[in-house]
Design a protein around this ligand. Structure first.
Ligand code: ZN
Length: 419
């Protein structure tokens, strides 16, 4: 949008009235008022209805540059040069997808088809993607990443984390992180995704590589370090060694924990003050107590359970214990090939015991907490202008109308694009 004075580029608004006036001023510098919002989710409990969502009815919001500078009731909104009429629809913070694996090549359609058809499938799994990723050029990997980012943006995702983990050599892991870092500041080093097939006979030597030369090559390009703590991947002692080495290099820990079985991952995450323990599908009472007593967010990834017909994580149990819960896609070509946060919200409400309000909070403010960010996941003055206009009068429709493309327009750092 904001296509200047060239009428050929002025796509007509397809959903509701839109009176944006931006003939000369660049969108990212002029103030824009978005008004006639039926329900504005701010995630600030001091605003609106006083709930965790801080829901303001009949609301307006002002963007200036890449920031939100005002939110409140539309009747009190200040005058601005530009004005967007939301047409009585809902506005939410942009989704914060705090867990994805988007630097990869190849495809695992056959594996998914076999799994869903009840057939055995040999030679599948992460190794398939590792082989395809190693064989791809940098340009192919970046084009693939960019494609999925555009797809996610159209569905309202304005902040995302992504990982390495399909290279498993020093050079292939480092290049994955270099490519990711061109698109997000939330880059995670996951050399410890699985033991590299090259080290199948000597996992200890692979841990030495991950904590040594590979870490040296990867640390400059990443903010986070992650490990898949699971039977068949890395045990508790190996995971502790890997995360501790990363912390010593200034990386912040997060953990793939307790996805496929009970294990030490969640308690290790809390012990090391990881920002997030991700999956949390198999939890003992001690695991839940540990999460409730620490500052580690439990990030639930229902796309993985959906795509593998696995048991759902119990969000209700975590919320009732006082744990901070995030929702994320886990977008990857093997076990959760969805980039859709609205889909995850719908699953969380339908199958994981979350209310529609809780699920939306977890997909926005919860994701921000899982990335230890305070500038995204909320719509209050000073926050980044990341928001989604829904083709619906309420955010509840995200779960009420599953599978429907409800995101009409997205603003990311103040720049608009149609959904
Ligand atoms: Zn993952």
């Amino acid at each position: 949008m904001n296509s200047g004075n060239d009428p050929a580029n002025s796509a007509p608004a397809t959903a509701g009235p839109d009176t944006t006036n931006s003939a000369v001023a660049p969108a990212a510098t002029a103030a824009t008022l978005i008004t006639n919002i039926a329900g504005l989710v701010t995630n600030d409990p001091s605003l609106g209805d006083g709930s965790p969502l801080g829901l303001i009815q009949d609301a307006a919001l002002v963007i200036e540059g890449d920031r939100v500078v005002w939110t409140g009731e539309s009747s009190k909104a200040p005058a601005t040069d530009n004005r967007v009429d939301a047409g009585g629809r809902a506005v939410i913070p942009g989704f914060v997808d705090s867990h994805s694996h988007l630097v990869f090549a190849g495809d695992r359609t056959a594996e998914f088809n076999a799994r869903m058809s009840g057939r055995a499938y040999e030679a599948g799994g992460i190794r398939t993607t590792v082989a395809a990723t190693r064989a791809a050029t940098d340009a192919e990997l970046e084009a693939n990443l960019t494609r999925y980012l555009r797809e996610a943006l159209r569905q309202g995702t304005t902040t995302f984390e992504t990982k390495s983990g399909y290279g498993l050599t020093v050079e292939d892991e480092a290049r994955a992180l270099r490519i990711a870092a061109r698109h997000t500041e939330e880059v995670t080093y996951l050399g410890a995704h699985i033991v590299s097939p090259d080290y199948a006979d000597d996992p200890a030597a692979y841990v030495d590589l991950v904590t040594g030369p590979m870490l040296d090559a990867c640390a400059p390009h990443a903010r986070w370090i992650d490990v898949f703590c699971e039977k068949g991947a890395f045990d508790g002692d190996q995971a502790r060694a890997i995360l501790t080495a990363g912390k010593a290099r200034g990386l912040l820990p997060r953990v793939h924990a307790n996805q496929l079985s009970y294990g030490p991952g969640v308690r290790l995450a809390v012990e090391l003050d990881a920002a997030s323990a991700d999956h949390c599908t198999h939890l003992t009472d001690a695991d839940v107590d540990a999460l409730a007593s620490g500052s580690t967010v439990a990030t639930l990834l229902p796309g993985a359970e959906f795509s593998t017909r696995a048991r759902w994580p119990d969000a209700r149990r975590l919320l009732d214990a006082g744990v901070t819960v995030a929702l994320s896609t886990d977008c990857n070509p093997g076990s959760s090939f969805t980039s859709s946060m609205p889909f995850c919200v719908a699953l969380a409400v339908r199958d994981m015991g979350m209310t529609p309000d809780e699920a939306l909070w977890s997909a926005t403010a919860g994701g921000a907490a899982a990335l230890r960010r305070t500038d995204v996941g909320r719509l209050t003055p000073g926050a980044r202008a990341d928001l989604a206009l829904l083709d619906a009068p309420s955010h509840v429709h995200l779960a009420y109308r599953p599978g429907v493309p409800l995101v009409a327009r997205v603003w990311r750092a103040g720049v608009a694009s149609d959904g």
